[in-house]
Design a protein around this ligand. Structure first.
Ligand SMILES: [Zn+2]
Length: 259
């Protein structure tokens, strides 16, 4: 029996994932790698769309947090490394990898929802086909809906204690601003999903946490790692945490996987 246990332990050690990689800092090239159908190339100052237009990257020098939150450049968008695969733990102060978003970039990529440009690209994705089986709407642009469908099928194989945290989803597309910044969230581009609010927590739901968020999370690593394997960042990795929130941001992964 002891030998069997030793063998099982050895097997488990061999099969265990290697040490979680450190958060990878991606540079402007990641934008071309992550969105190849839309982005032709980048250089140190400019992103060139395939339609011949271009967008400045901004300054590589960091700016203050509030400015980057409200008016991010593409350099700001990539500034904070996303710790994919790392243990789930309270983030450092103002470590919000993914919350800086260049609106001009995403408006050009997915459309401006205020002008009705996003909705025509939304397609149905069956959420948890075995467990819940209803559809949510997600943008088909940049492989986002395809990635969500892959995530959905993988999540559906998790134990019931975990899948029950995933439905009913609290929403995907909605053309609105983020409460605390006044900027549109990825929900406005049809590229974010909120899971069951009953298992979620957010710094913004606690008036006493407005200055100092106190991280609280019950979402297991199994769920987070499936999303991250397909290019989604999790709001639970933000100092300003939002644990029901996942958004498609393949440019923040060194090796984005969309299938
Ligand atoms: Zn959300």
């Amino acid at each position: 029996m002891r030998r069997l246990i030793a063998a099982l332990l050895a097997c488990a050690a061999w099969a265990a994932p290697t040490v979680a990689p450190a958060a990878a800092q991606t540079g402007p090239q990641a934008l071309a790698d992550a969105y190849p159908d839309a982005v032709a190339r980048v250089d140190a100052k400019t992103l060139y769309w395939r339609d011949g237009t271009h967008l400045p990257l901004g300054s590589p020098a960091p700016r203050d947090f509030a400015t980057m939150l409200r008016d991010a450049s593409l350099y700001d968008q990539l500034r904070l490394p996303y710790p994919a695969g790392a243990p789930l733990a309270p983030p450092a102060i103002d470590d919000d990898p993914g919350r800086f978003r260049d609106s001009a970039f995403f408006d050009r990529l997915y459309g401006d929802c205020r002008r009705g440009e996003v909705a025509p690209h939304l397609v149905p994705v069956v959420w948890l086909p075995r467990t819940w089986g209803r559809t949510v709407r997600f943008t088909a642009i940049a492989g986002a809906a395809r990635a969500l469908a892959t995530v959905s099928r993988a999540l559906d194989a998790l134990p019931t204690a975990e899948t029950r945290m995933l439905y009913p989803p609290a929403g995907t597309y909605v053309c609105r601003a983020v409460a605390d910044t006044g900027r549109r969230s990825m929900h406005g581009w049809g590229a974010a999903i909120d899971i069951n609010t009953r298992f979620a927590d957010s710094w913004y739901w606690h008036p006493d946490q407005r200055d100092t968020p106190v991280w609280h999370n019950v979402i297991p690593a199994d769920i987070v790692s499936i999303f991250e394997a397909h290019g989604f960042v999790w709001g639970g990795r933000w100092y300003h945490y939002d644990t029901m929130h996942f958004e498609y941001r393949p440019e923040l992964f060194a090796h984005p996987a969309t299938d």
